[in-house]
Ligand binder design. Sequence first.
Ligand code: FHN
Length: 594
Amino acid sequence: MIRKTLYSLMLSPLLLGLNAQAMSSQTVEPELEVVTEANRMEWFRDAKLGIFIHWGLYSQLAGQWQDKKTMHAAEWIQKVLGIPTSEYSILVETWDYSNYNPRDWVKLMKAAGAKYICITTKHHDGFCLWPTKANDDWNIMLTKGQKDLLKPLAEACKAEGVRFSIYHSILDWRHPDWPGRPNFNDFAKGKADKERYKKEYLYPQLKELFSNYGDIGMLWLDGTWDGVWTSEDGKELEEYIRTLQPSVVLNNRSGYKPPQPKYDFKIHNAYSYIFAGDYISPEGEIPPTGLPGIDWETCQTMQLPNNWGYNQFVKFRTPENLLQTLIDTTSKGGNLLLNIGPKADGTLPQEMTDRLQFYADWMVVNSEAIHGTTASPYEMLPFEGRCTRKGNTLYFHVFDWPSNGLLNLPVENAKIKVNLLDHEAKKLKPRKTARGYEVNLPKAMPFKGATVIKVQFTGDLTMSPLPKEISQNCSVKVSSEWAGRPELKKEHITDNNASSMWATKEAARDGWVEIDLKQPRLVSMAKLSDAPYHRTQSFELQAKVNGQWQTLKKGSAIGDQLNLTFAPVKTQHVRLMILQAKDTPTLANFQLFE
Ligand code: FHN
């Protein structure tokens, strides 16, 4: 498929036939490029960031029903706490969303860099946020406000030039015809009938959604795991959707399961990796090496453990972590669908506004390093950060500001131009070294979380050789091992296989790993992974020099991949101290580089 970069266009006054005077008294709104079935993936590929909105009756509970609380999936509270449908129904009477001002939401989300916004039209509890004719006893018209919540959001998106997109749950905990009826549904009577569910409910609802809200950028289907929905149902559904708006981008969760391609990496959530629709939707994770040639989008929550609906009891990820997640995703060729759970009254929780504002402040200067870029050409970098690319420009996103003020740029081209993306786009003077170039960085990091170094090169890109690994299959000592679990043995730490791991004894909440390099070597970088559980909360990296342990780096989380660079040190023994972990410490990889 030909890939073409699309940008939002400002309408030209000449085209509009307006004179300058008329223009000055009128605001021209950004227009979205017309999308056809043939080019429908182009905007999606350039978009990089979308905002997911989980909003519904459950938002009033925010994790608490009567005296029971849940830390998990506030939008699932009915199922998690087994609330009978007859009792849950009371929530329609109490839902007051009078502070809902979607134009403000969209403005902030757009400033944060979002190119599409995807709202839950109906989540698993079956409640519809619009006045559907296909279900008149469980929709927004039963609330005091009687307001179609989708319409003003769709209009705000159109006005701001952001693509309006919709989430729709196929399964339904309340509808009498959904065959996977849960036991807390004390409302539904009679025998469920899937065909009637499709013909009289699901399909007519989708028809309303595709007829009354203008162009829909994307349809995000979900909820086919009840075991009653077949691949044939999914295929038929996808075909039907294409008749409604052929240009809509469709995720992979219709339930259709065509023959699946083979891939050689380990995945944690198989449901997210079914290849169907237009793209795959790894949930809460970034495929370790990206998925070349495959369109993908990772959806992630701001609150952990995962809560898509707002939960008053659950902590928020830091703004820096969320920014690095966007950059990591972009550098691997995917999109991030970042979730927001508004409060019931229509306002956004302060923590969410703060995080969107953090993105927005960063985007003012750095948006060019995200939007319209392609994946990193590098397998790894000689510093902790990521790379994105736009033609002959590389954007190096530095996460960990070097303490010695020197940054190694792994480019060999004879002619390069380097700028620091701050408010002045300061020029940096590159010096050629044995491996790429070196630049001096200012003492303070201009943008917390990630600062971008822009490198423009002439000719074809020549990348510097990768840093040389010196620890593969070296012997390791560990604080302890999990008895009787050979699949968690210490040899997995240096086997360079990210899908195998080591774990300490079960009861431990700290531990250490020491690599013996067999002889003194020059070490300047370490690469760590504690995937898939990400339990490390505090760590210290040390090298033994003249019989004494010296600190090389300290940190908190490790994550899927963390590169730590430091001033080169000659040593035979390097040790990782996991000082605190939220459960039994595990480590997938620990590699050392010259
Ligand atoms: O069960 C839902 C969950 O509540 C949320 O909507 C997420 C978003 O990807 N999807 C389902 C779980 O995969």
